[in-house]
Design a protein around this ligand. Structure first.
Ligand SMILES: Cc1cc2nc3c(=O)[nH]c(=O)nc-3n(C[C@H](O)[C@H](O)[C@H](O)COP(=O)(O)O)c2cc1C
Length: 142
């Protein structure tokens, strides 16, 4: 059974590009072994991550991620059973929000910032879909 989990969190402290890159490198190797795919968006104040895969794998991975001291205030925005993956080409795609066209962020928001804490899970997922469509996601695996 496949599920999709979307959550947001806040970096516990400002992270360097190297730390974010090391999270991505670890995630791509580990998630490939678990059959988990997804996207990690990062800006200086927010992480927004979607995880797709088997229910056990996604739940266990989320339990691990949520205990990671590099971020805090994790909030599940959406959890659903799915029949097919939306982010299957990414063992962990990456969006650097600073490279995103502000008009995309403005579509459902009052200001051109990533603000999943004040948006519905549905709106945040829709934003991820748009990011895929505009090809700002890096790290495609195939
Ligand atoms: C925002 C964020 C997202 C993460 N995403 C993943 C992920 O998708 N897959 C993964 O294996 N680790 C991810 N991690 C890292 C895990 O929290 C954890 O550090 C790692 O799995 C621990 O691996 P270890 O037990 O082998 O040291 C993430 C960490 C953070 C802060």
């Amino acid at each position: 059974m496949l599920v999709r989990l979307l959550y947001a969190s806040r970096p516990a402290a400002p992270l360097t590009a190297e730390v974010v890159e090391s999270i991505l490198v670890h995630s791509r190797a580990h998630n490939a072994r678990l059959g988990v795919t997804g996207i990690l968006c990062y800006d200086r104040e927010i992480f927004l991550q979607v995880l797709e895969g088997g229910r056990d794998e996604v739940c266990e991975l989320y339990n691990t991620i949520v205990r990671d001291s590099r971020h805090t205030q994790a909030r599940i925005l959406s959890f659903e059973e799915i029949t097919e993956r939306r982010f299957g080409h990414w063992t962990m795609g990456h969006v650097d929000v600073s490279t995103v066209n502000p008009s995309l962020l403005l579509k459902d928001a009052e200001r051109p910032v990533l603000d999943p804490f004040n948006s519905s899970g549905r709106a945040s997922l829709a934003l991820l879909d748009e990011l895929l469509a505009t090809a700002v996601v890096t790290g495609r695996s195939g």
